[in-house]
Write a new protein. Structure first.
Length: 229
């Protein structure tokens, strides 16, 4: 049984005089009767109720729910366009050229029209230059770090893909425009950076099913990536 620190002040018969000094008097029969009743009946009842109220009830948190989204089956096709790389991408996506004024050759989007999302891919030739490669890698970290202003967290992973490539993946959380970014390179000839973007400004909770779905596509892209000579 749990007990709170309860102090009971019992009249011991002391009384105060008019000048504040203590004098000794006698407790009346009514006072004695009340005290006896309290200790006999009310105190056990109080302690019982107090112990029940202070007990911690069992609490089972509700599982986190997400809005229902109709996501297409994850089936893939091989990239057929002429680029220095190849990979498999979703049959529900389309390949679009990057038309940004600063875009370079072989920059493309793997666009998902029904999900308002795309994977932006930027390719750079390394040209056997360690200085160039270092600059590309620094840019990848800088661009991922820009989202930390709004992100609640960022996790960095170094993975070895099924196609034998080494890749660095950044997983971001919070209400950010990009939830996954990555880069991979063979260190001498090819460098590829990718970023998953949504074109809608919804909260992460409402987008979570699509985020999880597209992260699987990102991993499939990396696992099937191959460089061309």
């Amino acid at each position: 049984m749990c007990f709170n620190q309860v102090r009971f002040a019992v009249d011991n018969g002391e009384q105060k005089t008019e000048n504040g000094e203590r004098g000794v008097g006698k407790a009346t029969k009514i006072e004695k009767g009340f005290i006896g009743t309290f200790f006999l009946y009310l105190l056990p009842l109080y302690l019982l109720v107090s112990s029940c109220n202070s007990a911690t009830p069992d609490y089972v948190p509700k599982p986190k729910g997400y809005p229902r989204m109709d996501l297409p089956p994850q089936t893939y096709q091989l990239l057929k366009e002429d680029h220095p790389y190849s990979f498999e991408y979703s049959k529900s996506a389309v390949i679009l050229p990057d038309t940004f004024r600063m875009a370079e050759p072989h920059w493309i989007f793997v666009a998902y029209p029904t999900l308002n999302a795309s994977i932006q891919l930027t390719y750079k030739p390394v040209q056997n230059s360690l200085q160039r490669l270092s600059g590309f890698i620094n840019d990848a970290y800088r661009l991922a770090g820009k989202h930390q202003v709004r992100a609640t967290g960022m996790r960095e992973r170094v993975i070895r893909t099924k196609s034998g490539q080494t890749a660095v993946v950044f997983d971001l959380s919070g209400d950010v425009p990009s939830y996954t970014q990555f880069f991979t390179t063979d260190s001498t000839a090819h460098y590829l950076r990718g970023a998953l973007y949504f074109t809608v400004a919804d909260k992460q909770d409402s987008l979570q099913p699509a985020i999880d779905y597209l992260k699987k596509d990102v991993m499939h892209l990396l696992n099937t990536l191959k460089w061309k000579k």
